[in-house]
Design a protein around this ligand. Structure first.
Ligand code: FAD
Length: 358
């Protein structure tokens, strides 16, 4: 079959770089399969990074305690020898079976893969920014509307309105405002923070610093909700806000930062024609195959009798899914269970020296 230009052929595509997707890469690596991994987020780690990066986990076998971030760092180090290719910051949108049995997969950034096997490790869905529901806003995405900030330079000398109440929103408000006071080259001209009410979920210390700057008149706080946009030609010039007194007012702006955190959206996974039960993919417990042979589902996204949404359970599922996929990836290959302690072949794959057992 002639391949359309730019399509990446692979034995295995892992959808989701949460802890289970990462361990899937490891288990495939032990089977000599190099994986491509796609995730909606800009960094690997899934819920561990997005929801509890600095909180302790106590039930990972042999790790008495580790934070979400430490666990992800360890998993990344563990999979390093297998050279997985990461495609981050993009959502897998479509998945179609081809006549030759492989799957054509496309992402929101137009990356395309032709994969012999798919491992859906999509957890509770693709993490996407919580945006404002205002008509016409999407047209400014990436130019005057940002859901995350690479650095302060994009707001230099600009009139900035920020929506949000958490650490990210308040810390950026402080940074852009402090830059103002310190004569920083990337200072914003004016910073206004908008949130539904005068209560914030950011750390107490951050809220305290924020309130101090507001009371000094160095930044503005407007309790309210977004109603509509004001534009001049193709430029966003202001946002209408319904304030706490029921009045509509317009906040002029040059940059709009919507920093309201991320929420997972199951989204495309539900449209791939796979059997589902209550928003989860049904799998067998021998190979963790979905209703479509060649597509496996591991971690929080799957369901089966007795399913527990725990990282440890996902690790087990990923192990059996890797074994289960081998007859499809390499039908001619005899797959034997080998121990990482004693197998010279696995040592070679892992890039470690074989130690003689006493
Ligand atoms: P996730 O971690 O959800 O990762 C899925 C990834 O897939 C995400 O990064 C997402 O962006 C991506 N994705 C989804 N759809 C797409 C798509 N279409 N395209 C591209 N990318 C996509 N478990 C424990 O075992 N012990 C604990 O102590 C523990 N504590 C927890 C504390 C909290 C507060 C929470 C919320 C959960 C906790 N859990 C704990 C549960 C644990 O985090 C999950 O079981 C685990 O994260 C599941 O891993 P996963 O890889 O299946 O999915």
């Amino acid at each position: 079959m002639a391949l359309p230009a730019g399509v990446i052929e692979t034995d295995a595509l892992v959808i989701g770089a949460g802890p289970v997707g990462l361990f899937q890469v490891f288990q495939l690596g032990l089977q000599e399969v190099q994986a491509h991994v796609v995730d909606a987020l800009p960094t690997p780690g899934g819920q561990c990074i997005e929801l509890y990066a600095d909180k302790p986990i106590y039930d990972i076998p042999a790790l008495a305690v580790s934070t979400g971030r430490e666990l992800v760092d360890k998993l990344m180090a563990q999979i390093a020898p297998f050279n997985a290719r990461f495609h981050l910051g993009q959502v897998v949108t479509t998945l179609q079976k081809q006549d030759d049995g492989r799957f054509l997969v496309e992402t929101s950034r137009s990356a395309r893969f032709l994969a012999k096997t798919i491992f859906v490790a999509a957890g509770v869905g693709a993490f996407q920014p919580r945006t404002l529901h205002v008509d016409g806003l999407a047209a400014f995405e990436g130019t005057q509307l940002l859901h995350s900030l690479p650095d302060a330079s994009v707001c230099a000398n600009r009139n900035v309105v920020i929506f949000g109440d958490g650490d990210e929103a308040l810390e950026w408000a402080l940074k852009l405002c402090a830059a103002n006071a310190d004569g920083h080259p990337h200072k914003a001209k004016r910073v206004t923070l908008v949130h539904r009410r005068d209560a914030f979920s950011a750390a107490a210390q951050t809220v305290e610093r924020f309130r101090a700057l507001v009371s000094q008149g160095r930044m503005q706080f407007v309790p309210g909700q977004a109603l509509g946009l004001e534009t001049v030609q193709d430029r966003l010039t202001g946002i209408q806000v319904l304030d706490a007194d029921g009045q509509t007012r317009t906040l002029p702006l040059e940059m709009l930062l919507v920093l309201q955190g991320l929420s997972p959206k199951l989204g495309p996974v539900a449209q791939w024609g796979l059997d589902m039960e209550r928003k989860q993919l049904q799998v067998d417990t021998e190979k963790f195959s979905t209703s479509e042979p060649g597509i496996f589902a591991v971690g929080d996204i799957n369901t089966y009798p007795g399913k527990k949404k725990l990282i440890l359970c996902g690790f087990h599922e990923a192990t059996l899914a890797a074994f289960g996929a081998m007859p499809i990836i390499a039908p001619e290959k005899k797959v034997l269970l080998q121990y990482t302690t004693t197998s010279p072949k696995l040592h070679k794959l892992l890039g470690v020296e074989t130690q003689k057992l006493a």
